[in-house]
Design a protein around this ligand. Structure first.
Ligand code: B4P
Length: 190
């Protein structure tokens, strides 16, 4: 199995680039942001719990997100591999992912970290907010909170995967196609 963690701050291009990686390497896509938004749309108990956190730009509690990943792995045992998009976002989530993958006799092959400057992130997200209908993309103070949460709770995961020699930093500015090529080259070199 080829399991990739697609990493980066909000607006780094994770969802955008995941589409190319899925096609190029025939992987299953697991986006915790997308899974949470479908739970909210379906007005499930989990969705109702997650909504307030997401609307404020805060991380949803670890146990909620980890449970969703466990179900996805269980339901796709024959997959060639997974692309984890927006997960893990905390050290506890990364440890849980390692354990879940070990239980399925596999592991994370690489963390692909998209590097983008804050100014560009703000620009992309506010721009997406014009059409996405996502309230967390429409207000600069909420976007700031998301970026601060990333710097405080999520960025330390680079050390977590770096210590396992799995960190690959990728320049995340430029055209979408250029970045897709950089990611493709990085995966082929694994
Ligand atoms: P996500 O859905 O993961 O939201 P995101 O980080 O904003 O998405 P992404 O990074 O994929 O967007 P993209 O750059 O592709 O999370 C939303 C919320 O869910 C979180 O704030 C949190 O509350 C919760 N959550 C999710 N996972 C969680 C977890 N594991 N634990 C706890 N809470 C969790 O796109 C951004 C824009 O940039 C797009 O408009 C795109 O077109 C544009 N863009 C992309 N690449 C570009 C490029 N090269 N040039 C110009 N524009 C580009």
């Amino acid at each position: 199995m080829l399991n990739l963690v697609l990493f980066g701050p909000p607006g780094a291009g994770k969802g955008t680039q995941a589409e190319y990686l899925i096609k190029d390497f025939d992987l299953n896509h697991v986006s915790t942001g997308d899974l949470l938004r479908s739970e909210i749309a379906a007005e499930t108990e989990l969705g109702l719990k997650a909504k307030a956190f997401m609307d404020n730009g805060d991380l949803v509690p670890d146990e909620v997100v980890i449970g969703m990943i466990g179900s996805k792995l269980e339901a796709n045992k024959d997959a060639k591999g997974f692309i984890f998009d927006g997960f893990p976002r905390t050290v506890a989530q990364a440890q849980a992912l390692d354990q879940l993958l070990t239980d399925h006799s596999t592991s994370v092959a690489a963390m692909l970290s998209l590097e983008v400057e804050k100014e560009e992130l703000m620009k992309r997200l506010l721009n997406r907010g014009l059409t996405s209908g996502r309230s967390d993309d429409q207000d600069s103070s909420i976007i700031e909170n998301r970026i601060n949460n990333y710097n405080e709770k999520t960025a330390p995961l680079k050390d977590f995967y770096g210590a396992q020699s799995k960190l690959h930093s990728i320049e995340g500015q430029g055209s979408i196609e250029e970045i897709a090529k950089r990611l493709n080259d990085a995966v082929k070199s694994l």
